[in-house]
Design a protein around this ligand. Structure first.
Ligand code: GCU
Length: 741
């Protein structure tokens, strides 16, 4: 529902015409700053600048020169034109002369006009350079890159600077992407539902087909391009084989077409057993058991193969034909994501083959076209015997993939979740990042808040991702932060980067909550430059999304930047892993659901103690998967940081933390603190009443009110549970000593 904030203007007796005019202008101005917003524009609002802010851009060129005519360049021109029109009420006239113009084009083309124009360093693919300069003696602003996508990214960056009122007096900004891979994964099912999606149904699929109207897909590509994302996988990692059916591929081609103007390439997840599940005519494919069938292609039998063994030549041929066919329809197809031998998915183990065998058979079919395989390291046995204290799901990724290091083709990327379990509110980094020296890797981060409040709770994840990316793995005792490993810098890999699981949906505001888009924005910004500070990213997003009112900016930034710690306080103390309902919705508190089953998300809480012993000395030995310097950080109880204590150690409730508190008292206190902090979000937000549009104000207020109640529910459930289990009282008198038997 859209609503307009009523603006009261007091008019008494017989106002003069000029007063009426002023009043009308005032109403118009106020209602434009406080008009209803659905959140659909996210951070690309291009709100009109006030006169003061607009002043600094008054000498901007008034014309636009486009050097080239590709789709992406035309998009760049359109975006710059409409952005400046909306923010500065400036209409750019097309021109064929660089004088007083924005000059948009690849460096090669720009240099035909200005041969002496030389960037300070060679531009990589997708990099851009914004430069206020003179061509043939006349002033102009050059927006250039080595490829068209770079030009588009340059346009978005310039518009973002203006929207944030940045001073760009002597514009000279050259930005290189940190890594070549900056992908989004969507977990959309073909029926239109989304696995772990909290923002409405799929923008791509409906009732088993691509949507007839793909407008939202194009708008999504625009959002992604604005933060430098260059590819998007559109279907669930738990892939339906139908996605590779002959008659489905043209539907994928339509989505690729919607993406193309924004330089976003399409990718899909594939089921490794597809050759046995779909078999429709593959021109030229033959089946060895029955011998070649002399049937004309159009009438070829629609039979699947009987095997998906990656080392079987028929299977290799099947993938080649299938990928060739995809590239006929989608020439810029980016590649595929594969989840195999995990959570019930088929995999190479069915034939005694390795993950490298499986990845390579598909990679070789993609290679001639320049495509990539993302092979997910999220492989584990979900039927682990929980009674065996040496069993440990956290060890699975390393155990499965480290021995295969060096066996993957160069166009395979092993996609590794940030932590060894599964997107919990607090985990150490996956040791596998340091365990692959001859294999490309990418980090998988989860934008959709599966375990972090499902967009009903505010949880800005950029500070968490920063901790992971900055974590120093100390390979060979050298400075080797995760960001450098995943981008291929440290070990000189040809590929590498970032994959973010976003799961936007048809809800107008994309992710179900207007504040949650900060995670999508933040993912893109970190993938472009992981050295950016969380504060910078939050501040950019807030200004773009809500404008420049200092109280709004300060309040929203603080809310975002504190939210992860607050959520952790009332849900997941001391790295205990998840206390949520892991066999159900991954949302409600249900600490007992983690135990006594094969899923391996155990916290091992009993009457005396809590935590997983993952030490080398007495536990599962997980710590041994890290380089020696990191082992030294986690193995000795005395060194282990409090916030990961229960991830690595099984300790009595009476154990004293570095903070001086006991474990049990910390659990009580942090839950009370977190619930109190969540309540504080409401009062902080209420200060913004009247300062932002009514619709987003009310929507977010209702969310904070709900979150505060949910935080209390978490507090009560966890504190009662731990009190009952341990029998230990809360020193602040909120829970008495109890008889544990
Ligand atoms: C989690 C999530 C699943 C998802 C899986 C994956 O376990 O709950 O829905 O399929 O991760 O990443 O493959």
């Amino acid at each position: 529902m859209t609503s307009q904030r009523p603006v009261a203007v007091a008019i008494t007796t017989s106002p003069s015409p000029s007063f009426v005019l002023a009043a009308i202008l005032c109403v118009a101005l106020l209602s434009s700053t406080a008009s209803a917003e659905t959140g659909a524009k996210a951070w690309l609002r291009y709100a009109p600048l006030d006169t003061q802010a607009a002043k600094q851009y008054k000498d901007f060129p008034s014309r636009i020169l486009l050097l080239g005519d590709s789709l992406v360049l035309k998009t760049a021109r359109q975006e710059l034109t409409s952005g400046l029109q909306q923010m500065l009420v400036r209409t750019l006239e097309p021109t064929s002369n660089p004088k007083d113009a924005f000059v948009l084009g690849t460096l090669k083309n720009v240099r035909t006009l200005a041969p002496s124009l030389q960037p300070s360093q060679p531009l990589k693919a997708d990099a851009f350079w914004l430069r206020a300069t003179r061509i043939r003696g006349a002033p102009c602003i050059v927006i250039t890159g080595i490829n068209d996508r770079g030009v588009l990214y340059g346009v978005f960056t310039l518009l973002s600077k203006i929207a944030r009122h940045e001073n760009i007096a002597s514009l000279d900004d050259l930005q290189q992407p940190y890594a070549p891979i900056r992908w989004i994964n969507q977990w959309d099912n073909l029926d239109g539902s989304i696995e772990r999606g909290y923002g409405g149904p799929s923008i791509f699929f409906e009732a088993g087909k691509a949507r007839a109207d793909l407008t939202r897909a194009a708008q999504y590509a625009r959002l992604l391009a604005s933060v430098g994302i260059n590819a998007c996988t559109v279907n669930n990692v738990n892939a339906a084989p139908q996605v590779l059916e002959d008659d489905f591929i043209p539907q994928l081609a339509r989505i690729a077409e919607a993406f193309r103007p924004w330089g976003v390439q399409l990718s899909i997840s594939v089921d490794l057993s597809s050759p046995t599940k779909i078999g429709k005519a593959h021109v030229g494919a033959t089946r060895v058991e029955t011998g070649p069938q002399p049937v004309p292609p159009a009438r070829r039998a629609a039979e699947p193969l009987t095997t998906f063994d990656p080392l079987d030549p028929q299977v290799a041929a099947w993938w080649r034909k299938k990928l060739d066919e995809i590239y006929r329809h989608i020439p810029d197809f980016a590649g595929v994501v594969i989840k195999a031998d995990s959570e019930g998915r088929s995999g190479p183990s069915a034939y005694g083959r390795t993950h490298a065998d499986a990845a390579n058979v598909v990679a070789r079919a993609l290679k001639p076209h320049g495509g990539i395989v993302f092979y997910r390291a999220f492989v584990y046995n979900h039927h682990l015997d929980w009674r065996n204290l040496k069993n440990d799901r956290a060890k699975a990724a390393y155990d499965n993939f480290h021995p295969l290091d060096g066996q993957f083709d160069d166009n395979v990327i092993v996609q590794i979740k940030n932590g060894p379990i599964d997107f919990q509110v607090r985990e150490p980094v996956s040791p596998l990042f340091a365990g692959l020296h001859h294999t490309n890797e990418a980090i998988e981060l989860q934008i959709t808040q599966e375990y972090t409040g499902q967009q009903k709770h505010l949880c800005f994840l950029v500070p968490m991702w920063k901790e992971v990316l900055d974590f120093d793995m100390r390979i060979d005792d050298q400075h080797t932060p995760v960001k450098e490993l995943v981008s291929g810098r440290t070990l000189h890999r040809p590929q590498g980067g970032f994959a973010g699981v976003a799961n936007v949906g048809m809800d107008a505001n994309w992710l179900g909550s207007p504040l949650a888009t900060a995670n999508l924005y933040g993912f893109g910004r970190l993938a472009w430059n992981p050295n950016l500070a969380s504060e910078t990213i939050a501040d950019e997003w807030t200004r773009l999304t809500f404008g420049a009112d200092p109280l709004v900016v300060e309040t929203v930034n603080n809310l975002q930047l504190n939210s992860w710690r607050v959520y952790e306080n009332y849900t997941g103390p001391l790295g205990a892993g998840t206390l949520t309902n892991i066999t159900g919705n991954h949302y409600d508190p249900a600490p007992e659901s983690s135990e006594n089953n094969g899923w391996g998300q155990w916290h091992r809480a009993d009457h005396e103690a809590i935590g997983m012993d993952r030490t080398i000395a007495t536990g599962t030995g997980f710590i041994a998967q890290y380089p020696p310097a990191v082992q030294k950080l986690y193995e000795p109880l005395a060194n282990c940081p409090d916030n990961l204590l229960l991830f690595f150690h099984h300790v009595p409730y009476t154990h004293t933390l570095h903070s001086g508190e006991t474990v049990i008292q910390h659990i009580y206190d942090s839950h009370y603190l977190g619930a109190e902090q969540a309540k504080g979000f409401i009062s902080a937000w209420k200060k913004l009443d009247g300062r932002i549009d009514e619709e987003r104000y009310r929507d977010i207020l209702a969310r904070f009110e709900f979150q505060a109640l949910e935080a209390e529910k978490w507090r009560e459930t966890i504190c009662n549970w731990i009190n009952q289990l341990s029998g230990l009282p809360d020193q602040r008198g909120r829970f008495p000593a109890k008889d544990r038997n």
